[in-house]
Design a protein around this ligand. Structure first.
Ligand code: ADP
Length: 464
């Protein structure tokens, strides 16, 4: 439990609330305490000032009369008042029976007041008194000293009430904060838990599992979105791999079936040398086909893995395209297709020449393969703001719009091309080579009219 995220979040949040509420209440308590004490001192000093004025303007007798009246309204157990002359003789006193032994060190107090007339304030806890007493000792006229003491009951009661309330607030705030923190932590950790379960399920083979994504865009939801995207990608990859293995199996089965049939007919046929030679020649042909398939699969894998450009050299792309046209000229003639080339000079690229040659050769081979007699194929090399373009356009069978994205997948062949020879690996190899050289390959096509494959290498990868 202490290791769970929920517990740690709850603990941290509660601790923060305890510290915050505790510090705030403590600061508030200290401020109120100071204000209440200051107010009490202020009232005592106001009394001293009033009595000082009476002595100054009306004399000691009037003061004694006023003091007599004053003590009549006060509770003698909460309040006392004494007037002394400069020899410490008591001139007036309230009823001090409740106050036990009041301090009587007049000499010291008076000497201090002569040096500094600021009234002396003291707090004292008297025996048998529940509350402390605040006292002031001050000069109220020449040779006249007044001592007033007042119980701090009101101030202490206010502070006691505050303490009770603050404790209640504290006691309520902590459980509330803990519950709120626990709920929030559960909500946050709940998302993580859902993803953890989903990851575990994927680990056990339940691919394509999705976690629920809610509206809010917090980190957990982002994680859920990323998980779903990853899960979708895994499903897609597995589908591609299955398709690929199906295709490989299919492509391997045909030549193997043929080899088996050749061997069978050789054994069961007439045992003469010519028959055997023919059977062996056919077997060799099928073996070559198998080898080509295996080699091309490896080449695509190698090019896709990015190990393509091991031999990097400066390649004149125009020259490379022209050479390709020369090689395929005979095939074009044979198929009654007009092959033209539009090549700008000076287009250069650093890269792997043999692979680039095969890339262009594949496109040209396809264009001639999928264009009926009487059509035309055009190879162009040009440079524009996007970079260096090699385009192979034909007036052939075209590619249906829904298949245009898939023709670059390994072993993918459009239904209409099944009658033609091929493994469905040429375009995946060409795209892998383009990618390995920092470029990309795009197709635009109109079914039954035309196709154009455009390879673009961004300017930063070219060398002119
Ligand atoms: P393949 O060996 O089948 O030609 P590719 O990978 O070169 O394999 O091409 C994949 C598929 O794309 C082909 O089977 C074909 O259906 C389609 N395709 C490629 N180039 C063309 C083109 N120029 N015109 C029409 N279809 C094409």
């Amino acid at each position: 439990m202490p290791n769970t995220l929920s517990f740690r979040l709850t603990f941290g949040y509660t601790l923060a609330v305890v510290l915050l509420v505790g510090t705030t209440l403590f600061a508030l308590y200290m401020t109120i305490d100071s204000v209440v004490s200051q107010r009490m001192d202020h009232e005592l000093l106001e009394d001293i000032q009033e009595f000082t004025d009476i002595v100054r303007y009306e004399g000691v007798e009037v003061l004694q009369e006023v003091l007599r009246r004053e003590v009549r309204y006060e509770d003698p157990s909460d309040f006392f008042l004494r007037l002394f002359d400069d020899r410490g003789r008591q001139l007036f006193s309230s009823d001090i029976r409740h106050w036990g032994s009041l301090p009587t060190d007049h000499d010291t107090v008076q000497r201090r007041l002569q040096l500094d007339p600021t009234p002396i304030m003291q707090t004292q806890q008297f025996a048998d008194h529940r509350y402390a007493t605040r006292m002031v000792y001050s000069s109220v006229g020449p040779g006249l000293y007044l001592q007033i003491g007042e119980s701090m009951e009101e101030a202490e009661e206010i502070m006691r009430l505050l303490r009770t309330w603050f404790l209640v607030i504290f006691a309520v705030a902590i459980p509330l904060a803990s519950v709120a923190a626990w709920l929030m932590a559960r909500q946050a950790a709940g998302g993580v838990e859902a993803i953890t379960h989903a990851v575990a399920a994927v680990g056990q083979g339940n691919l394509g599992l999705r976690v629920e994504v809610f509206d809010q865009r917090d980190e957990i939801q982002q994680l859920a979105l990323s998980f779903n995207a990853m899960s979708g990608r895994i499903v897609e990859l597995v589908r591609e791999m299955r398709e690929m293995t199906d295709n490989i199996a299919h492509d391997l089965r045909s030549p193997l079936t043929r080899i088996r049939a050749i061997a069978e007919s050789a054994i069961s046929g007439s045992a003469n040398e010519e028959n055997y030679r023919n059977a062996l020649a056919d077997t060799l042909e099928e073996c070559d086909r198998l080898m080509r398939l295996i080699n091309m699969t490896l080449d695509v894998a190698e090019a896709e893995a990015g190990v393509a450009i091991t031999r990097s050299e400066e390649v004149d792309v125009g020259e490379l395209a022209r050479e390709a046209c020369d090689i395929f000229e005979a095939v074009a003639e044979q198929n009654e297709i007009s092959l033209t080339a539009n090549i700008e000079g000076g287009a250069r690229l650093r890269g792997d020449r043999p692979r680039l040659q095969r890339m262009v050769g594949n496109l040209l081979d396809n264009a001639l393969k999928y264009t009926p007699p009487g059509g035309s194929v055009d190879v162009s090399v040009r440079t524009d703001a996007d970079g260096l373009h090699i385009a192979v356009a034909d007036t052939g069978v075209g590619i249906p719009a829904n298949e245009q994205a898939r023709i670059f997948e390994r072993f993918y062949r459009c239904d209409q091309s099944r009658t033609q020879h091929g493994f469905g690996l040429g375009l995946s190899f060409s795209r892998a080579v383009a990618h390995a050289h920092g470029g990309d390959i795009r197709v635009t096509s109109e079914p039954n009219r035309s196709s154009c494959f455009d390879i673009c290498f961004p300017a930063r990868h070219t060398t002119n």
